[in-house]
Write a protein of this length. Structure first.
Lengths: 341, 374
């Protein structure tokens, strides 16, 4: 009973609140990092150095009027932000935040579920989100959201292919689809997959930028072109759901990158013996630190690069990343076969 | 069953979309009606007039000195340039000799203004293409120019910094040193913008080959200023019909070769360097003397008409003024605004490009709607 229900429920509550709070503070962090790059201060008014800004933002969005355009398809219009947000959050179910810990003598693994097809689950769940974006753009019954929705669907689908292909090469290297097994394989290997599969990491990262609609691939919501893209007609809390989903997705892809390529909860150089003193740090802290470093890259890139154009983006996806990913799979498979002989 | 041959296979209606006036990239007061085939622009129609204030008609009821204030509000990003062109036109009408020191200071002010205007252009152009950081870096340096202007004439945007016959006042003490300091900072920071953009692959892909206009077409459509020079036409009023102290300055007129957005970008960046060069020369050779000629209190130019043009940051700004010789205000004042002439090229530039390029192209011709609508 305790093992089956209580512990998972507690874990779910902790992860859910953790994710939502992280999302809120990601927004602040993004604004702060942008500001520092751009020689500004960023939010400074709410609390010392603006640390309470996320709370003010959420309160504001809660009390804002929630407008549904007269000519919008009301049911779909309401459903769309939910379809975007829910997959982004349930993807956290299979992410291993740390190694097994024992609480009151009871071994507790630091993940909600260890599916034997965890990676497949992530791919499946992540691809649901795009429906929300298309439906949101379509149901607004307005021109700019429609264009934004179309762009988003084309972009997400084409980059998902490249990202999924990089997963294949990681699976080849680890021999498992389970997220926990992928981390333990990196421990057994003695080296992170970032060094075994650098090309896959690169393709994954570029694809992840595109999949989360982040600069330089933030075309679906390019404000200078399409006003606000697919969520132009959204306001209040429904807009906030899209916003939360974008950041939740960023955290998901960063967490997946950490798990697949940066050794998940493992300390740096897991096989080097004289670094054993690093084991004092709890494993989940390593995970959080690595995830935030990846997230920081997202923010850094946004502050640096201009935006791609729609056709250039598609060309990059189909003509560069996907062939590279396929070549990477073939090379990985060949090396694996050669080594096993 | 016979296939219905008259019906096309797909619904191929063009989508008509209003870009502006309520659109984040059209400066609030420009409307472009786009006809789209997918994301491709089939045709574009520019609708203007949202910022029309009737400056030309107003001028007929103001006296000659008051009109300087109106010219501030034309190109509000470069009001000193608009001031200068107007007062020089009136001086031409009056056949007035302006003291040499005043002409030098005018040159310095006009070039500082060019820097400020180009910085705003570079920032907003880069921001339209998605590089937000460049915008804030540019405004950081523009802030210094605004400070310099504030010290000189008290205003930060609408300067009213010229008078018919000279200047309202001499330079404040130590101002020249501050300007020279600023010149050093500007050249240093220019490298920073270039690091972010000039060799950036995404920037190159977004600007190279976009909105190409040949030299002949550019002349035919009446382009002026940097967009014209970007197409390779060597035409700069400062060189061709020198005014203020430009005849005594040494500077190059940068021109592009391909006439695309990237060339126009390079031309403007080089103009920033040349402006700094002119400012340094003018400050180095600043003559002593008065800054105001002897001008009667009530200005009444003799009957006649004249046209005089300057090179404003946006292009050739000209004033046609007719005086009837009796009244204390012009009989007719007509502004030739460079932004208006350049905006005419927009439909030609955007045809066949994508929606995203429209934004880049509105940016590349550097319009200020205050000047377009007057």
């Amino acid at each position: 009973m305790i093992d089956l229900l209580v512990i998972p429920l507690i874990k779910i509550v902790i992860v859910l609140t953790g994710v939502l709070i992280t999302v809120m503070y990601m927004v602040l962090l993004e604004r702060k990092v942008q500001a520092w790059v751009q020689v500004r201060l960023g939010p400074m008014r709410v609390g010392p150095h603006g640390v309470l800004q996320p709370i003010a933002d959420v309160l504001k969005l809660f009390v804002k009027e929630d407008i549904t355009p007269v000519r919008a398809d009301k049911v779909v219009f309401t459903l769309a932000p939910i379809i975007v947000l829910v997959p982004a959050i349930i993807a956290f179910a299979v992410i291993p935040f740390g190694d097994q810990v024992s609480i009151f003598g009871k071994p507790v693994p630091l993940h909600i579920a260890d599916l034997n097809v965890g990676l497949l689950y992530i791919v499946a769940v992540a691809s649901i989100g795009v429906y929300g974006i298309i439906l949101g753009g379509w149901s607004s019954n307005s021109k700019y959201p429609l264009l934004g929705g179309l762009r988003a669907s084309a972009q997400l689908i084409s980059y998902e292919v490249a990202v999924t292909l990089t997963f294949v090469s990681v699976i080849l290297a680890s021999g498992s689809l389970s997220m926990v097994d992928i981390v333990t394989a990196q421990k057994a290997n003695g080296v992170w997959f970032a060094f075994v599969q650098p090309l896959a990491l690169f393709i994954y990262f570029v694809g992840a930028l595109a999949e989360t609609n982040r600069s330089p691939f933030d075309l679906p919501e390019a404000e200078q072109e399409l006003v606000a893209g697919f969520h132009t007609e959204y306001s209040g809390m429904r807009f906030a759901l899209f916003f939360l989903a974008e950041y939740a997705n960023m955290i998901v892809v960063s967490a997946v990158a950490t798990t697949l390529f940066f050794g998940g909860w493992l300390r740096p150089f897991p096989s080097v013996a004289f670094l054993h003193f690093l084991d004092v740090v709890p494993t989940w802290i390593w995970f959080v630190v690595k995830t935030f470093l990846v997230l920081y890259l997202f923010l850094w890139i946004r502050a640096t690069l201009p935006r791609y154009r729609y056709d250039q983006l598609m060309r990059l996806g189909w003509k560069v990343l996907i062939p590279l990913a396929i070549a990477n799979i073939i090379v990985t498979a060949a090396v694996k076969v050669a080594l096993s002989d | 069953m016979e296939p219905d041959v008259a019906r096309p296979m797909f619904d191929t209606d063009e989508l008509v979309i209003n870009m502006g006036p309520q659109h984040p990239a059209t400066h609030g007061v420009l409307r472009v009606v786009l006809k789209l085939d997918g994301e491709k622009v089939v045709d574009a129609d520019v609708v203007i007039g949202y910022l029309h204030r009737g400056v030309e008609k107003l001028s007929e009821n103001r006296d000659w000195t008051q009109i300087v204030l109106l010219t501030d509000r034309l190109d509000y990003v470069a009001s000193a340039a608009a001031n200068l062109a107007y007062v020089e036109t009136v001086e031409k009408l009056l056949s007035l000799e302006v003291p040499r020191r005043a002409r030098y200071i005018r040159t310095i002010l006009a070039e500082l203004q060019r820097l400020a205007s180009h910085l705003v252009w570079l920032g907003s152009h880069a921001m339209d293409i998605g590089a937000v950081t460049v915008f804030l870096y540019c405004l950081r340096e523009r802030e210094l120019i605004l400070d310099l202007f504030e010290e000189y004439c008290g205003a930060r945007l609408t300067y009213n910094s010229m008078r018919i016959g000279g200047l309202p006042q001499d330079l404040p003490p130590n101002w020249d040193k501050k300007v020279l300091q600023f010149c050093d900072i500007q050249l240093e920071k220019l490298v920073e913008y270039e690091t972010l953009l000039t060799h950036n692959r995404i920037w190159l892909e977004r600007t190279k080959g976009i909105g190409v206009i040949s030299a002949a077409d550019a002349i035919a459509v009446g382009l002026c200023g940097p967009p014209l020079r970007g197409s390779g036409v060597v035409r700069d009023v400062r060189k061709d019909e020198p005014y203020a102290a430009y005849a005594e300055m040494e500077f190059d007129v940068p021109v592009g070769t391909n006439g695309d957005t990237y060339d126009r970008y390079l031309v403007r960046l080089e103009e920033i360097r040349q402006s700094v060069r002119i400012i340094r020369q003018a400050l180095g050779g600043l003559p002593e003397g008065p800054v105001m000629a002897k001008v009667p209190r009530l200005i009444k130019p003799p009957a006649g008409e004249t046209y005089h043009a300057n090179e404003s940051p946006k292009g050739e700004i000209g004033y046609f003024i007719a005086s009837d010789g009796k009244s204390t205000s012009p009989y007719r004042l007509r502004v030739r605004p460079p932004s208006f002439c350049n905006l005419q090229a927009l439909p030609q530039l955007v045809r066949g490009h994508l929606v995203a390029d429209v934004i880049a192209l509105i940016g590349t011709i550097d319009i200020v709607l205050g000047e377009v609508d007057r």
